[in-house]
Write a protein that binds this ligand. Sequence first.
Ligand code: SAM
Length: 661
Amino acid sequence: MARLHNADLDWRDGKTPESRQFGDIYFSPKDGLAETRHVFLDGIGAPDIWAGRDCYTIGETGFGTGLNFLATWAAWRKKAAPSSRLNFLSVEGFPLSGDALGKALSVWAEFSELTENLVNLYPEIHPGFHRLSFDDGRVTLTLLFGQVEEMLSRVEGQVDAWYLDGFAPSKNPDMWRPAVFQQLARLSKPGARLATFTAAGQVRRDLTEAGFAMQKAPGFSYKRECLRGAFEGEVHAYTGKPWFAPAPAQGIAGPVAVIGGGVAGLTVARRLRQAGADVTVYERDRLGAVGSGNRVGLIQPRLTAADSLDGRFNAAAYLHACRHYDQMEAAGKTSWVGPRGVLQLARDDEEAERFMRLVAEERLPGSVMQPVTGDAASDLAGIPLDRPGLWFPHGGGLKPRAVLEASAGDLSIFEQATIAGLEQSEGGWVLRDPGGNVLQETQAVILANGPFACDLWPIADLPLVAKRGQVVHLAASEASRKLKVGLSFGRYLSPAVEEAEGCFHVSGASFNLWEGMPEDEDWRQLRDEDEAEILQDVRGLSRSFADLPALPDNPGRAGLRASIIDHLPAVGAVHDGAYFDQAYGDLHHGRRQSGYGPARYLPGLYAMTGLGSRGFQTAPLLADMLVDQMLGTPLPVPRDVTEALHTGRFQIRRLRRPPKR
Ligand code: SAM
């Protein structure tokens, strides 16, 4: 993705921002809010158009100061039904800083609370998609930082109404090009409304050409006219690879069963409940006793050397997770362990060089990832370390069990029961217990049971395996207690935590293939060799850890993680493997992709698995992706990331290879 340029501003009368790049103003100096209400809210027929809608999605070109978003959010709070949700998607190529945003919006005292919420969550200026959520998930804002046409072309999901708010077409022609309008048409629901301040003839003609029926309306203040319209063109066919065409949005009107009560299941359950779903989470173990039940987990990004989808997904998931847990903490639901920050230490010179490349290539914004020398690392850590590394000030440790409980919220959604059978029925899906009794019949099922997802339903070609991971609890010493922040060095080490069994650090984890059956329990047995390897690595890190032993009474714990060989999770509707074989069986001939029909899915079956050892980091973003897919609302990640996480990706890879003779 191209580099971003920050907004270059002048402040007229000290309070109205003006763009130096474009020589134009962000909103009317006379009364920006009245202009927004007249042009945009009235322009799409809000709030009347919201009546009877559970969920409404507005797309905007030109986020600027966020005034349109704030005015819409405020109107939504006042006028929309309390259970309904607003999604706001906005593109911005020259973002304002959070401070500038706060200053521009401070003029409207009535928005002070909303402004504060927005400024607090406003993302680092970094290219790509940023999903923010407000009012306990009732309102989401997806900011697309980048050039308008490119960013819109990466969006998947449908929009109910558009605000076109670039600078004046004469000063900012890129925002008003037919190719941009084509993207609006691609993403529009039938009848989608559109409003803009301009009445330029060319804009009107090009919007008409793209399928919008446009009308003139009285303009605001000295402007004579503005434009309003509705999408009457043909609904666009999927333009990407047909085998990754999204599943039709099924909605969440009926009950949803989530199988698996680890971090994947409970995080998606939380998001579903925010969206108004009736959810039951089935888990055979007690809450917090499953794979995600370590005492401390570190949130720290996994970046790749090359600019890969894997690296981009992980960077986005990390930024999202930090925001997610900050918000949970602000709401008093869970808290970070000790001071914030994680240090990633280079294991050798080659890795130190790789770290410098990640910084130079700005895989994460400078304020989020900083190179540090061995001395600086020692200062940050509070103990002597002789390796350089990367400092992630927003990362930190979490208590997984507290996060799981907070995600479940109302614990009555959690049902301790083993699902042993899953069958497709006429109305949806039947869940059975090991005795064959029906536990639930439901329209929607989410397989969030880690490595066992494919035991319940064989997802065609998905190479899902179980990896056994053991952590060690190291009894803290006087010297080791000085460690202030989490360390990562191939393994990880937490600062000391005070628990009933004593004061200890958590370090892990081993990561070995485990090939048992779901009912086998032998993975729980601690292995001496795993413990010895971890102890050796920790002791070699710093003289402060030289003699740390494992806690005698509680030396560690083992868990199982679901892993897929490309190290990416699988999330979304589960594809129909039989149809894939039949429809795409000749892909190896290299025919043009336009010759194939769109993907098919098993209606109502979804997966969220393969989160590996990074479940706490990726689950919040994956949960948003999954719920957006169920609802048909715009996804929080670009289309290529969704494709990279598709359940059918391995089947397509197989079908592309010539068959063996
Ligand atoms: N809606 C905004 C508000 O409520 O403050 C005002 C938007 S301002 C009139 C136009 C915005 O379009 C600016 O923030 C500008 O940086 C952005 N913009 C201009 N050209 C762009 C492009 N090619 N891609 C993305 N954004 C662009």
